[in-house]
Design a binder for this molecule. Structure first.
Ligand code: HEC
Length: 415
């Protein structure tokens, strides 16, 4: 290491010899710190595991169909809302407004899609346990796509019959199914749904579920690409100085992030999330209905119509995530999913309901650690100075990278 160092920074080595200051590498990271840095690197990401609940998840034809459905506004009540309305390709598959907007206005901020195939639970309160189950929520939500499952089944029969049947089974006969019917629609749609026979309801729901599975086959390919931070880690863990990759301010911010500021308690691993739910005292958005976060989300996922345990899952195995799920625990009150911090600088405003406008304001929140509106915040005041907070913010900006869509043979960068 010393001989390598000598090649790069002879001046520093001489200096350290004079001052007697021991350098483990040119940026003075200890072995333990280097291990932490490595654990945050994208190179540590495991290959994507199969999803036993979705037999079509790794079928390229399903992904091709899912991609078309993702961009198709016919899958909405007014013919104007596609999944791509809120998850825009040029905005890292998000919008940039505080509360998502579909047919109406939602109560939550649109979450990014990249790497969500790796999350055991989806949505801020984790009320869904797979990407395909998640995809179905907004389709039937009155304020997002606002349509009904019968309408979506007809859309598939009218526009995607061949593609659908090449992946899934032959479409059912929908001639006796009204154009709009579903358990979550308006009064007329719900009434029409109750008039259908059980066999018809199951047939329509199966098509609806397969729409979700095709969309998930596409979405699971959307991942984060390497950032400047990852380049830096690759350099310093192989004994190179990493100068010129990150600035001094950014490196100081990284040191605070993994050290005194305690961010890696929750934002850890290559995606900077422990995939858990925590109460961090983020105030509710004024004027919105009260929301207890994971407390309701945990119960909701256990009873979800489309969970891993449901008849619609392709898995006949056990569902460990649900089996060991803790619900009805007070600690879940106003706990929200820990979001990934990759590409975070591109995603203002922040938090579950877009309550916090800027990264600087997010850091101010962590530094003050205000009491929670309900439940208990797990944060404590950090006592950091303005300069420290700027440095952490500078570090967070180094986590920007391309969003990539993995194909079977190629990886397409979309930005
Ligand atoms: C106790 C766990 C915990 C700790 C410690 C923690 N966070 Fe968070 N972080 C969360 C949770 C949970 C959210 C989402 C909260 C919400 O939306 O209500 C979040 C949200 C964020 C966001 C907003 C991301 C987005 O997309 O909206 C940023 C940025 C962030 N954290 C950075 C940090 C930094 C920097 C630190 C260290 C100073 C830190 N966090 C420490 C759990 C934690």
């Amino acid at each position: 290491m010393t001989s390598k160092l000598f090649l790069f920074t002879p001046g520093l080595v001489v200096l350290s010899a004079i001052t007697g200051f021991a350098l483990s590498n040119s940026n003075q990271w200890s072995e333990a710190e280097l291990a932490t840095l490595q654990s945050l690197s994208l190179s540590e990401l495991e290959p994507l595991a199969v999803d036993p609940t979705n037999a079509a998840a790794d079928d390229t034809r399903a992904a091709a169909l899912g991609e078309k459905l993702f961009f198709d506004a016919r899958l909405s009540a007014n013919g104007a809302v596609a999944r791509a309305t809120c998850h825009q390709r040029d905005k890292a598959f998000r919008d940039s407004i505080p509360l998502g907007r579909g047919v109406g206005k939602t109560a939550k901020r649109t979450m990014p899609i990249a790497a969500t195939a790796r999350a055991p639970f989806l949505f801020w309160d984790g009320r869904k346990d797979s990407q395909w189950a998640q995809a179905l929520g907004p389709l039937e939500s009155a304020v997002e796509h606002g349509g009904t499952r019968a309408q979506y089944a007809h859309a598939i029969a009218d526009h995607y019959r061949t593609e659908y049947e090449s992946v899934f089974e032959p479409l059912p006969d929908l001639s006796a199914v009204p154009s709009s019917a579903g358990p979550a629609g308006n009064e007329a749609a719900v009434a029409a749904w109750t008039r259908l026979s059980n066999v018809q309801r199951i047939a329509v729901t199966r098509v609806f579920v397969n729409i979700g599975k095709a969309i998930a086959a596409y979405e699971r390919r959307i991942e984060f690409g390497p950032s400047r931070f990852d380049q830096y880690v690759a350099a310093v863990t192989s004994g190179q100085p990493g100068h010129g990759i990150l600035s001094g301010e950014e490196i100081a911010g990284l040191r605070l992030f993994i050290g005194r500021a305690n961010c890696t308690q929750c934002h850890n691993g290559p995606l900077f999330t422990n995939n858990e739910f925590h109460n961090t005292g983020v105030p509710p958005r004024p004027g919105m209905p009260t929301d207890d976060g994971r407390l309701s989300g945990a119960t909701a996922v256990l009873h979800d119509e489309f969970s891993c345990r449901s008849q619609w899952s392709d898995s006949r195995e056990r569902c460990p995530e649900l089996e060991f799920l803790v619900s009805r625990d007070h600690a879940l009150n106003r706990a929200y999913k820990v979001p990934s911090l990759r590409n975070v600088a591109e995603r203002a405003p922040y938090m579950d309901a877009g309550q916090v406008a800027t990264l600087a304001a997010v850091l101010d929140h962590y530094n003050r650690a205000p009491a929670a509106a309900a439940g208990h915040s797990e944060l404590w005041p950090l006592g950091l100075k303005a300069r420290d907070l700027h440095q952490i913010e500078a570090f967070l900006r180094t986590l920007n990278g391309p969003i990539v869509v993995n194909g079977h043979n190629s990886t397409e960068a979309v930005r």
